[in-house]
Ligand binder design. Structure first.
Ligand SMILES: Cc1cc2nc3c(=O)[nH]c(=O)nc-3n(C[C@H](O)[C@H](O)[C@H](O)COP(=O)(O)O)c2cc1C
Length: 164
């Protein structure tokens, strides 16, 4: 059983979750940035993680899933500034599932990640009310993903592995 953990992370949040997932999983395993992954061939399972950017999965991750996930067993994790309860999260997960339509998606996980200050500043200046609202939410995300969220990620990864 060989497992890959691959991630896109611009400000470090998804990387923290990726490292928690990696720590938790047993057996032969590798962790790397998604940009370094040439193919998912040779892995029995790939955990693939990315942030939400502009109300959609990070474009590089989306493209990777579209081009490389067909016929593969994957588990998707994502981080976002919105709270996990936000109804937007389901829409973003649907977009990720759509990008990985040819894959066998064994499970998904998502959690809040701190929105970087330059992004908050940019959003607050936006003319679009939706962007401004999101900017106002920014300061409440400070310190995320915290230890409790990382612990949830570890428990999720273990559960995924135990069900295979
Ligand atoms: C350009 C940009 C756009 C973003 N758009 C959204 C968004 O639409 N919804 C959301 O919940 N978070 C959004 N965020 C916040 C990130 O998804 C969140 O901070 C995430 O945890 C970042 O992960 P990373 O540190 O691994 O890059 C955005 C962040 C950036 C940089």
């Amino acid at each position: 059983m060989k497992t890959l953990v691959a991630y896109v992370s611009q400000t470090g949040n998804t990387k923290k979750v990726a490292e928690a997932v990696y720590e938790a999983i047993p057996g032969e395993k590798e962790i790397m940035e998604l940009a370094e992954v040439v193919s998912l061939d040779g892995y029995d399972l790939a955990f693939i993680g990315f942030p939400i950017n502009a109300f959609s999965p990070n474009p590089a991750a989306k493209e990777f899933l579209e081009k490389n996930s067909s016929g593969k067993k994957i588990a998707i994790f994502m981080t976002h500034g919105a709270h996990e309860d936000s109804e937007d999260v389901g829409l973003w997960l649907d977009k990720a599932r759509e990008a990985a339509a040819g894959a066998e998606i064994v499970s998904t996980f998502n959690c809040q990640g701190e929105v970087a200050q330059p992004i908050i500043d940019f959003l607050l200046k936006s003319d679009e009310p939706r962007m401004q609202e999101f900017g106002k939410l920014g300061p409440t995300t400070k310190g995320q993903p915290d230890e409790s969220r990382l612990e949830r990620a570890r428990a999720w990864a273990l559960e995924v592995m135990s069900k295979l």
